[in-house]
Design a protein around this ligand. Sequence first.
Ligand SMILES: NC(=O)c1ccc[n+]([C@@H]2O[C@H](COP(=O)([O-])OP(=O)(O)OC[C@H]3O[C@@H](n4cnc5c(N)ncnc54)[C@H](O)[C@@H]3O)[C@@H](O)[C@H]2O)c1
Ligand SMILES: N[C@H](CO)Cc1c[nH]c[nH+]1
Ligand SMILES: [Zn+2]
Length: 431
Amino acid sequence: MRQYNFSDLSISDIQKLISRNADLGNEIREKVEQIISEVKVNGDAALKNYALQFDKIELPSLFIEKEEINQLANTISEEVKQAINVAYTNIKKFHETQISNESKIETTTGVTCWREVRAIERVGLYIPGGTAVLPSTFLMLGIPAKIAGCKEIIVCSPPQKTGSINGYIAYVAQLLGIDKVYLVGGAQAVAAMAYGTESIPKVDKIFGPGNQFVTMAKTLVQSTTNTAIDMPAGPSEVLVIADETANPVFVAADLLAQAEHGVDSQAVLVSSSASIIEETLVELEKQINVLPRKEIAAKAIENSFSVLVTDLGQAMTFSNEYAPEHLILATDYWQSITPLIVNAGSVFAGNLTPESAGDYASGTNHTLPTSAYARSYSGVSLDSFVKKITFQHINESGITNLGPSIEVLAEIEGLQAHKNAVTVRLLESKG
Ligand SMILES: NC(=O)c1ccc[n+]([C@@H]2O[C@H](COP(=O)([O-])OP(=O)(O)OC[C@H]3O[C@@H](n4cnc5c(N)ncnc54)[C@H](O)[C@@H]3O)[C@@H](O)[C@H]2O)c1
Ligand SMILES: N[C@H](CO)Cc1c[nH]c[nH+]1
Ligand SMILES: [Zn+2]
């Protein structure tokens, strides 16, 4: 982990730190463009070839259905089912609070405006399954999709060594009432959902996190098809703000929790205490050695850094520039700095709040913007699965009241037909 002192950093140093590993872009873009065009032209055949090439599996069928899903779901222990049920309940509770209930407004006499919510009809959920299979991501995407009432929910996840999905993914599918899962991963899954293949229907919007191939594919199909995406949700990252009240054992554990996701993950420590930084570095060494994914975590930590700041205010300045996917406030004084937060995907407040809680089971969604997209995007929520359609109704007093203003505005824009659409009604209502 590289170490910096905030007061020694120039603006361009800060820009460099904030850019993460953006220089990987071009090479990955070319590869992903190639995958997308192959899927567009050769459909299912291309998907089977990529399963062989990247996942090392020969697939007789690109999907599994209800019977096999139920059999696989039965293979998991009661203890795991219970834990998944706890997560399911909390995530559902939190997302149900997001059901919107807007009222109609009469903006001026006789003119009523309102919005009505409609579910996006066909959604595609990408559940990562490369270096780790993530049933938790299935909960995070499937629950709001179901609450929203999406008619068709297409689920893609990379095939496992068994040529199928694992029992945990199957159990979540069963809980959500999803009867089909496509065994397709990576950029090819995104291409399939954006263009459609013989087996996989084209969807209106693609959701879900993934590695750099998945994230690049989402970004590309968004600009070349009419399929939307949730957001760029790439390699996981965390920024921990720690003061002298922080516990270095907890801080190191939180940094490693995101570092173990992938070699391209970033774990950033911003602290007003030099000794907390030192002790955390020692803890990192200790804790990393017992991790099964220690090689991955070690690479990510190597690509990560710490910044020594003068106080919590300066820590927040850096954090807002970095715009982390996850922001942990490892301080007893967290309430004093939450008003200063401008950019973050999700915030974990106080020393007893591990980021893992949000990853799994507290209720908030873990599909969040990475690579500084937290500056402009929110994480996935119920809103991501719906459209809000505006309506208006104008009665006779409304057109009499508002019509003349519309006529003037149309006139100054030189749009006579717009003006006429009002004038003919005004003439009619005057009799
Ligand atoms: N931002 C978020 O909200 C969030 C949430 C969960 C996970 N994540 C991130 O998701 C990522 C999951 O990545 P993963 O790799 O484990 O799973 P993944 O499912 O995203 O990717 C696996 C697929 O990548 C493709 N692939 C692998 N190597 C390739 C290559 N050389 N060329 C082309 N395609 C290739 C294969 O098709 C494989 O099936 C991690 O980076 C994790 O940090 C982010
Ligand atoms: N931390 C990931 C989001 O960046 C989500 C996740 C899934 N499982 C564990 N963690
Ligand atoms: Zn995680």
